[in-house]
Design a protein around this ligand. Structure first.
Ligand SMILES: O=CCCCC(=O)O
Length: 492
């Protein structure tokens, strides 16, 4: 069980993968004056590493290096960039066990789930490496007899990224993959809770032969200062962010001064609807995968579960039977299905949502207990009798709370499901084909899962509508976020 950096190293097949320094311009960097910040294991609350705490000036110096490296990188052919990205992907897969151990130690999710994230994260590097060869332009018939029109796509330049602690590998690779494939250089600021999953990507990028300055990881505890540097530095041409809608709004305002191209993957409040013609066992399994992925700390996790009246009681019972058996514990221990929450604030938010629901008439069917002792553990919780006036109807709980709402008909549930400022992911279970089409079209969300609780894949465009964000990540669309279109009009 990891207690210190040394202990965590002893769990790795290759201890040199654990890197507490930042990676900028191809060099490993300490914080100014040796400044560090602590990284703790949420399963035990102990410090596992002291990581370089870069100042804003140090980050600006890294941006200079990324800027200097970008033009040469962009001059490589797509095939040449694809070859090093492929090497990077291979190294991630070869070291997947160690990467997962580092991820679990700092983030908490069970090791098997962490390993799943490493595979998912690596898939973006593989996919976009392949896409590097397929950045096609266009020819358009001229508007006059002597005119020829060609459209080309060019890398935007330096891309800055800010990523969250809940998917500390995949949220970086989903941005760095297309950025590097497009010919951009990349400066990533990982969450202060989970920097080691980012620096290890720097270790492997270096081993893969990605040129100095092309992939950079700037670890820092000063989130708002670094955000400002990214938005105000004239050498940064693209900002890509995954995190809360609240922070996304601040970044968009700051980036407006430079009219910076932004991609925003923000909050969600996913509805999960079970119609009375659904396969109930499949719906229960889908709800568990969707709700309890990363212990509910995922922007696409079900936040509101709507169940049609005729199957409400049966669904609630089946769900409680299954969830009640889930093993909560340290993610580094065998058999753990639900790890700790990231911190005590996260526990308090779940408790606040449960207390509010109880005060408004809901009943706790299962769970809700905070485990005594070290670590941020909370048993998975189900409440019945949820209604639209309860806190979780407006606000993402981001924890292991499954509120069950009862509904009577299609129109009513669509109205309730869409009654939110968010529009990221949504899910429903039904068999009737015309219902499937109508409901999928009526849900105001960027992603709709039909008879499935898992929708994430590198080949599909991930992103939200309304206040859930701007732009799409993944799929062949994802690379366009890092490119500019140029039209060349030629007189012949
Ligand atoms: O919180 C958002 C992380 C997205 C995880 C995914 O890609 O499914």
């Amino acid at each position: 069980m990891a207690k210190t950096e040394t202990d965590l190293k002893s769990l790795l097949k290759d201890p040199s993968l654990l890197e507490p320094r930042a990676y900028g311009g191809g060099e490993w960097m300490d914080g100014e004056g040796g400044a560090t910040f602590d990284v703790t294991n949420p399963a035990r609350g102990d410090v596992i590493a002291k990581v370089a705490d870069l100042s804003r000036a140090q980050v600006a110096a890294v941006i200079d290096k990324a800027h200097a490296a970008q033009k040469e990188w962009a001059s490589w052919t797509g095939k040449e960039r694809a070859a090093v990205l492929r090497k990077w992907f291979d190294l991630m897969m070869e070291n997947a066990d160690d990467l997962a151990t580092i991820l679990t130690a700092e983030q908490g999710k069970p090791h098997a789930e962490a390993k799943g994230e490493i595979g998912y994260g690596a898939s973006f590097i593989e996919f976009f490496g392949e896409e590097a060869k397929r950045v096609y332009g266009e020819t358009i018939p001229g508007h006059q007899r002597d005119k020829r029109i060609t459209v080309i796509k060019q890398p935007i330049g330096v891309a800055a990224s800010i990523t969250p602690w809940n998917f500390p590998n995949a949220m970086i690779t989903r941005k760095a993959g297309p950025a590097l494939a497009a010919g951009c250089s990349f400066v990533g600021r990982p969450a202060a809770e989970t920097p080691l999953s980012a620096t290890v990507l720097g270790v492997l990028a270096e081993r893969a032969g990605i040129p100095a300055g092309v992939f950079n990881i700037v670890t820092s505890s000063r989130s708002s200062e670094i955000g400002k540097e990214f938005c105000e530095n004239g050498k940064v041409r693209k900002l890509t962010f995954t995190g809360s809608t609240e922070v996304g709004r601040i970044l968009l305002k700051q980036a407006a001064d430079q009219v910076m191209k932004c991609s925003m993957e923000l909050g969600g409040n996913a509805p999960f609807i079970v119609f009375d013609d659904a396969d109930l066992d499949a719906a229960v399994e889908g709800a568990i995968m969707c709700k309890f992925r990363n212990n509910g700390q995922t922007c696409v996790c079900a936040n509101r579960i709507y169940v049609q009246a005729g199957v409400y009681d049966a669904f609630a019972k089946k769900l409680a039977d299954r969830v009640g058996k889930m093993k909560v514990g340290d993610g580094l221990e065998d058999g753990t299905e639900l790890g700790p929450l990231i911190n005590t604030d996260a526990i308090e938010k779940v408790q606040e949502h449960v207390a509010d629901a109880k005060a408004k008439g809901a009943e706790v069917l299962l769970g809700g207990e905070v485990r005594q002792g070290p670590g941020n553990f909370l048993t998975p919780t189900i409440v019945t009798g949820a209604t639209q006036d309860m806190l979780f109807s407006k606000d993402e709980t981001f924890g292991p709370l499954a509120p069950l709402f009862k509904f009577e008909n299609e129109d009513e549930v669509i109205e309730m499901a869409n009654d939110t400022i968010f529009g990221l992911a949504s899910y429903f279970y039904a068999k009737d084909l015309s219902r499937v089409y109508k409901v999928a079209e009526a849900l105001e969300y960027g992603i709709v899962g039909v008879n499935t609780g898992i929708i994430s894949t590198e080949v599909a465009p991930f992103g939200g509508v309304k206040q859930s964000g701007l732009g799409r990540e993944g799929s062949h669309h994802g690379i366009d976020e890092f490119m500019e279109m140029k039209y060349i009009c030629m007189s012949v």
